[in-house]
Design a protein around this ligand. Sequence first.
Ligand code: ZN
Length: 403
Amino acid sequence: MTVEHECNLCGSHALTELIDFGSHPVSKHYLESPTEQPPVWPVRLFFCDDCGLTQLVDSCPPEILYANYVTISAWKFQPHVSHQINMIKALKGIASDSKIIEIGCNDGEFLREMSVAGFKNTFGVEPAQDAFDLAIGKGIDVMQEFLTPELAKSIAATRGQFDLFLTRQNLEHISDLRGVAQSIQTLVKPGGYVLIEVPNFSCNLRCQDYSLWEEHVNYFTLDTLRHFMTLAGVEMIHDEVFVFSGEGIFVLGRKVESVPLSLDYLPALRQQNMDYAAYWPTFKSDVNNYLGDLKKAGKKIAVYGAGARVYCLLNFADMAGNIDIIVDDQPEKQNKFMPGGRLPVKPSDALYDDSIDVCLLAVNTENEEKVLKRHAKWISEGGQFWSVLPPSYRLLPVWKEHV
Ligand SMILES: [Zn+2]
């Protein structure tokens, strides 16, 4: 099907609709009262027939998307950071005085870790005001801008080219991927390195994970990320998958004269995407029937974690009607209401106070153990935890059957 939207990666108009999730309020827009009417936005997932990038085609205006934005990277435990820094240190030609640029550096936490590791010549670019202010507060050399090919030219003109270009959990937010590829060409020295980290959509495809996030317009697999790097004149030299907010892919590449573009992966990736889309209606009814049966049996159900990924499940899959409350340990989210389903967000003591029987874990897989430990008493009194965020092995039984 030909749509007006241009593929974010290759510019093609040949896109196939996978899932129309309907229109919803943006996930970060927590409500002060259950009657508040937040703006809604369409969420439609498409597959590009020419490059294989899965993407949302209705990019939400930033003034709606980033109003009341409350995620700062230092809040999230990132166990893979020290591993990445060790790999950077081991790169041939990289030394403590190497010139390093990070695009979308958020609160500057990764660059701060880099300076602790001995790197003296780092520079960050971050558009969001609150994150930029935090980076400045940490003494990071940072500029408040959106990366564009024009900005890349002006940075290269004033600061020269860089030995290492970093962008972590950022490319999935950017519609103009070709602009970023062009900027990498401008900013990286010949033979310089590129480190990219993005969420791994292969995990969603494999685990029937529909907890997308309207902020993420691009859904990369290793193959489509390699395609992106090829457009930037970068050859992939290392790749690995790790568990963080689902699964992530971390790749290292090197700028070379030319990289051959291969599309051999397209037919298999297309099939996986079509299977993922075809299973969506069954997934919705299976999960809701399971939760509905628990409700009929008189069970009270909570969700643990008022994050964006579970928000999508609650709203896109109409699960909210089967849930009594959301609990969350972040005070900033408590006493508010989740947009869409309008469920109240309470401190996790509510598991006891509200006599909850079943709790659906919606924290990142790497944090589940901590929650279980904290609420050992609730478990000992008969409370039952299941997970709703892959790749956890505690997934709801009805879900696990299909993974
Ligand atoms: Zn494309």
